[in-house]
Design a protein around this ligand. Structure first.
Ligand SMILES: [Zn+2]
Ligand SMILES: [Zn+2]
Length: 476
């Protein structure tokens, strides 16, 4: 069956997460979004595992569902009795360690086939560090050694490098990552089958880097509140079971992997480069032209995900990547409705309108990516229909996120919503390119300026960004 899976989320046991991250609400929001398989998140935490054992019951092999009687009353209001929601045991571990002369901070996702395996993983990790203080434990454990422990316990555990481009906490991140998956996982790297692209990157960006060709590109929400489930997700065409899910991840093919659903990566907080305070926001080409130095304050700019991808890229034509899968850009329904109604996306008006749309037209993700436009127009009106048409064809207005500030993606120019509703014709919106700059020109510029020279200039200018420049804790 064709289904949507979001395998990386967190529970209420993780720091800075919503108290609603409990099985009952997760089940409700999966129904709302149209997600069939959700990761439980946080399986390393004994308190969360106890709660999961209390509230879930076995369904198909390696999958679990909410026990009868625990479903929220409001789930019935969604008008979809048939949606089956399944949970798969998942966790994220934050590893901080030294390797090849540098401090590394890498987040890894684990998927496990059973509670027995999870109990064994907990027992092993609890000897290494504290697994009870945070749903996403911080351990002084090399990513390669974490993989070795996982494989030693069960060959059915899957380790997926999390949000691989995030500057501070990822396998390929600019601050504390590596230059390749092989360098990070060493002799065990053949046991890595998939990587998570994260909120600030999309498939075409990852297609630029040929060392990622062997891996399935996955998208997950990394949600810290249940309404954000599925903002990034995967489409699979598989039977409902853990072995089927595992097979799709380990031997990806267009028959079992239907691609990914992604928010526009420009909305990510570290997509472009720059300095918020100095009002400098650059694409990778502009950054290299300036040797990464901010002309306002004279310090090194915060280098975002797009530039990091470009640094590791070795392909000019992204469409020559083998094994490309479809990708669907979305804008969350609440944000679209907020734009149409002119109120905040968390307002009561928007919440009520979203629920009305979902009751009428079905779950959010299916509505956004697959419902025919004529049907959306008939059921939900012309403004929502036009917004979804533009979103699907990348005819949107984008302000890229940079230096810790979220980007913005909008479907309408000022005044256009009224024009659509009154049936007036609209000025065409330009379609966004797959990549907003020329990769070949980027690499030529790096050659001309000299990679070493750029690094030395930046370092002498004061690398001020080894922590989140806003001074806040960053969670990815
Ligand atoms: Zn500056
Ligand atoms: Zn993470």
């Amino acid at each position: 069956m064709r289904l949507i899976a979001d395998l990386h989320i967190h529970s209420h046991f993780s720091l800075a997460t919503s108290s609603q991250l409990v099985p009952e609400h997760l089940d409700y929001w999966c129904r709302y979004k149209g997600i069939t398989i959700a990761g439980t998140g946080d399986f390393t935490h004994p308190g969360w595992i106890k709660e999961l054992k209390d509230k879930l019951e076995p369904a198909e092999q390696g999958l679990f569902r909410l026990k009868p009687g625990l479903h929220l009353d409001k789930a019935n209001e969604l008008g979809r009795e048939s949606n089956q929601v399944r949970f798969v045991l998942s966790a994220e571990i934050s590893s901080i360690y030294k390797k090849n002369g540098r401090v590394r901070k890498v987040h890894n996702i684990l998927l496990a086939p059973s509670f027995e395996v999870v109990d064994k993983i907990q027992a092993r990790l609890s000897r290494i560090g504290n697994i009870t203080s945070d749903g996403r434990p911080i351990l002084g454990l090399d990513s390669r050694d974490l993989l070795a422990i996982a494989l030693d316990i069960s060959s059915d555990v899957e380790l997926i490098p999390a949000h691989i481009w995030t500057p501070w906490f990822s396998a390929l991140g600019e601050k504390s990552g590596f230059d390749s998956i092989e360098e990070c996982y060493g002799d065990l790297s053949s046991h890595i089958h998939a990587v998570e692209t994260g909120l600030s990157s999309d498939s075409p960006m990852n297609w630029c880097v040929s060392s990622l060709d062997p891996y399935l590109l996955m998208s997950n929400s990394d949600s810290h509140s249940p309404d954000r489930l599925g903002r990034n997700a995967n489409i699979f065409d598989i039977g409902l079971s853990y072995p089927e899910l595992l097979r799709a991840i380990r031997q990806p093919s267009s028959a079992c992997c239907g691609g990914t659903i992604d928010m526009y990566p420009q909305e990510g907080k570290y997509h472009f480069d720059g300095h918020r305070k100095c009002k400098v926001c650059w694409n990778p080409l502009q950054t290299i032209e300036h040797n990464e130095i901010c002309p306002v304050c004279g310090r090194r700019v915060v280098v975002g995900v797009l530039t990091r991808v470009a640094q590791l890229s070795n392909r000019n034509d992204v469409l020559s990547r083998p094994g490309r899968l479809p990708f669907y850009f979305i804008i969350p329904l609440a944000e679209i409705i907020a734009e149409i109604t002119g109120t905040g996306s968390k307002s009561k008006k928007v919440t009520a309108k979203c629920l009305e749309v979902i009751r009428t037209a079905g779950p959010e993700l299916q509505l956004l990516i697959q419902t025919p436009l004529e049907e959306i127009s008939r059921l939900c009106g012309s403004a929502l229909c036009e917004a979804i048409r533009r979103m699907r064809s990348s005819e949107v207005l984008i302000e890229e996120g940079f230096d810790g500030e979220y980007g913005k993606v909008r479907a309408f120019r000022p005044g256009e919503v009224q024009a659509v509703e009154s049936g007036s014709s609209l000025k065409e919106m330009p379609k966004r390119a797959l990549l907003p700059f020329d990769l070949k020109a980027f690499r030529e510029l790096i050659c001309r300026n000299g990679a070493e020279n750029i690094r030395a200039t930046a370092e002498s200018a004061g690398v001020s960004n080894d922590k989140d420049p806003s001074g806040q804790l960053i969670f990815f």
